[in-house]
Design a protein around this ligand. Structure first.
Ligand code: SAM
Ligand code: DTB
Ligand code: SF4
Length: 344
């Protein structure tokens, strides 16, 4: 399994992988005493970012449910009986209204998600309009629409798309237990198309699906060895939704989730590591540890795609209690030197 995705950049960006991570080397980080692991993660975090700043990204499901894929975690797969109804693509006006509200609430990034295996030509034209409209509000734009061809990626870039989210989800060795309707290589191909179109990559995975620690290390090694590694790395804690095959999986030890965040931070120093799905179930103390471990981004707003997220006010209170501040709006400019959002 190759982890290489090609970039057309003439010179390597500053967040290019400084080294190749073997699964063993990543697994050794997981094995560190908890305090040593968090100390190392903090050192890396503070060398690359203001330690008190957290990015707020708001999600909107622009096309909900009815998905033909079989991702075993997903409430939007048509084949599972989860109570999520298939809906049509939202009208442009609804997307603009939601994006405006996200901006007023303090978000800097707006991510539009669609329950598609891959978008069709007419879908891309409509998403292009959404991207342009959201961008004109002064928000960073992100979309997650499934597999993308090179042409589709270029069309989205032309419309002003800043980030594309497409997750590897888990280690290659565990992947077949979770999804059978598309391969790991399909995912790497889409990531390559996104990179070559000049869109920043948002790519992470889910933990708590019954994978082993070695497999968690395998996921992180895959992400860290992408060349360059993703600018954004969402680490999702499985939200167990009744009706999905993974509902009833033995819950992951929350400290293992914190370790995963720390290992992502150490191996991808200049990436935004996003504490993603599952925050409600983790509670405030575990989330606080995740921030200590180097998480510096969250999904913000009462809903993820179909499941619940903490209320925005509860999140603002949590950040204030921890002495963390939301990233200032309008400050998410690219570094002129390297094109990333991080200090370099
Ligand atoms: N259909 C597109 C795709 O799969 O790329 C975009 C939407 S999909 C819902 C985006 C990501 O959400 C998935 O790759 C997965 O990592 C995450 N996700 C979905 N259901 C989840 C759950 N129950 N718990 C945690 N993460 C989940
Ligand atoms: C990502 O890694 N997590 C978000 C976002 N990218 C699109 C989605 C989480 C979805 C959780 C289940 C749901 O709400 O349907
Ligand atoms: Fe479809 Fe995406 Fe859910 Fe998989 S994760 S079933 S592709 S919406």
């Amino acid at each position: 399994m190759t982890a290489s995705i090609q970039s057309s950049a003439a010179s390597k960006p500053a967040h290019a992988s400084a080294r190749t991570w073997t699964v063993d080397a990543v697994a050794q980080l997981f094995e560190l005493p908890f305090k040593d692991l968090l100390y190392r993660a903090q050192q890396v975090h503070r060398a690359h970012f203001a330690a008190d700043e957290v990015e707020l990204a708001t999600l909107l499901s622009i096309k909900t449910g009815g998905c033909p894929e079989d991702c075993a975690y997903c409430p939007q797969a048509a084949r599972y009986h989860t109570g999520v109804k298939a809906e049509k693509l939202l009208p442009l006006e609804d997307v603009i209204t939601a994006a405006r509200a996200a901006k007023e609430n303090g978000a800097t990034r707006f991510c539009m998600g669609a329950a598609w295996r891959e978008p069709k030509g007419r879908d891309i034209a409509k998403v292009q309009e959404m991207v342009s409209a959201v961008k004109s509000l002064g928000l960073e734009t992100c979309a997650t629409l499934g597999m993308l061809s090179e042409d589709q990626a270029q069309s989205l870039k032309a419309a002003g798309l800043d980030y594309y989210n497409h997750n590897l989800d888990t280690a290659p060795e565990f992947y077949g237990e979770i999804i059978s309707t598309r391969t790991y290589q399909h995912r790497l191909d889409t990531l390559g198309h996104v990179r070559r179109a000049g869109i920043k990559v948002c790519c992470g995975g889910i933990v708590g699906m019954g994978e082993s620690r070695t497999q968690r290390a395998g996921l992180i090694a895959q992400l860290a060895n992408l060349d360059p590694y993703p600018e954004s790395v969402p680490i999702n804690h499985l939200v167990q939704v009744p009706g999905t095959p993974l509902c009833g999986t033995e819950p992951l030890d929350p400290l293992e989730f914190v370790r995963t965040i720390a290992v992502a931070r150490i191996t991808m120093p200049a990436a935004r590591v996003r504490l993603s799905a599952g925050r409600r179930e983790l509670g405030e103390a575990v989330q606080a540890m995740c921030f200590l471990a180097g998480a510096n981004s969250i999904f913000y707003g009462e809903k993820l795609l179909t499941t619940c997220n903490p209320e925005a006010e509860a999140d603002r209170n949590l950040l204030a209690k921890l002495g963390l501040r939301p990233q200032a709006q309008g400050s998410a400019e690219n570094c002129c030197e390297c094109g990333t959002l991080a200090k370099c």
